[in-house]
Design a protein around this ligand. Structure first.
Ligand SMILES: Nc1ncnc2c1ncn2[C@@H]1O[C@H](COP(=O)(O)OP(=O)(O)OP(=O)(O)O)[C@@H](O)[C@H]1O
Ligand SMILES: [Mg+2]
Length: 260
């Protein structure tokens, strides 16, 4: 069974794309077959695996998510293999900025992405489909949530990070009739040990009833940025860095979580 997980939080810069890319890589290294879908016009997930020239070429070629969604096409034909085994990508396009407009006139406009992914899901080829969402809460993000089984919410350990989280819960609660997607967990990211705010964030989050907060937190690590600069997942860029170990540990948590 394929498990589809999306990374959402309308708070910008909370680590969605970074976590999506590195978790996908670690899952594939663990022998799982993984498809990533870059749902953001910022192209950050695509840039995590390909250099700027290649990403822009894919964006301009029509071989990208925007064209697929616009034409309500099966995503199978839009998959690009990454340089890593078991790890494929549906790249994005800067034209994703227009996707809300495109969806506006479509019938069942919240379910377009779900239908584009239907054949891939039913084929069971992939163990996981990971979808990176933009920092918005419009019809497109509703599409991403409707296409997903599980949601991972990366949260930065900051007061405004927690404020954004309350918004996310309200938004998801409002979609209850539309999607079966449930929250797999909240992931604390960009932890800076020099700031006390991490401990407070963890305490507040642990106080939420019936909410899984991942045991793993991701610390601030300059290797993350250098790896992104080299268009590589952090473990492929430099093994044994702190964040590489944390992303591996996160992948183990996700695998053991299963589809429950
Ligand atoms: N663990 C980390 N250590 C250091 N820098 C990090 C870490 N995680 C993320 N970053 C940096 O923080 C910034 C935001 O991360 P990222 O782009 O993954 O967040 P996002 O939630 O996807 O943002 P957006 O909302 O714009 O899509 C990026 O510049 C990234 O390089
Ligand atoms: Mg992002």
């Amino acid at each position: 069974m394929t498990i589809t997980i999306c990374f959402t939080n309308n708070k910008g810069g909370s680590g969605k794309s970074t976590v999506c890319a590195n978790l996908a890589y670690e899952l594939s290294q663990a022998g799982k077959k993984v498809l990533m879908v870059d749902g953001d016009m910022q192209l950050n997930l695509s840039l995590s695996f390909f250099d700027e020239d290649k990403v822009l070429e894919m964006a301009e070629s029509g071989h990208n998510l925007y064209e697929a969604v616009r034409g309500k096409k099966d995503l199978t034909d839009y998959i690009t293999p990454t340089p890593y085994e078991n790890l494929d990508l549906v790249p994005s396009s800067t034209l994703m900025s227009q996707v809300e407009y495109e969806l506006f006139t479509m019938m069942q406009r919240e379910l377009v992405l779900k239908k584009c992914l239907k054949k891939i899901k039913e084929s069971g080829v992939y163990d996981y489909i990971l979808i990176d969402a933009p920092p918005t809460l419009g019809t497109w993000v509703i599409n991403i949530l409707c296409a997903s089984d599980k949601v991972i919410i990366p949260v930065e350990a900051s007061p405004w990070g927690l404020f954004g989280l309350a918004n996310m819960f309200d938004f998801l609660a409002g979609l209850e009739d539309m999607t079966d997607a449930s929250i797999m967990g909240i992931l604390i990211t960009k932890v800076d040990e020099r700031k006390n705010y991490y401990r407070q964030t963890k305490e507040i989050l642990d106080g939420f009833e019936d909410m899984n907060v991942f045991e793993t937190s991701i610390h601030v690590d300059s290797s993350v940025e250098w790896a992104q600069d080299a268009s590589k997942p952090v473990a492929a860029f430099k093994k044994n860095t702190r964040s590489a170990k944390e992303f591996k540990q996160l992948s183990e948590e996700v695998i053991s979580y299963g589809s429950r």
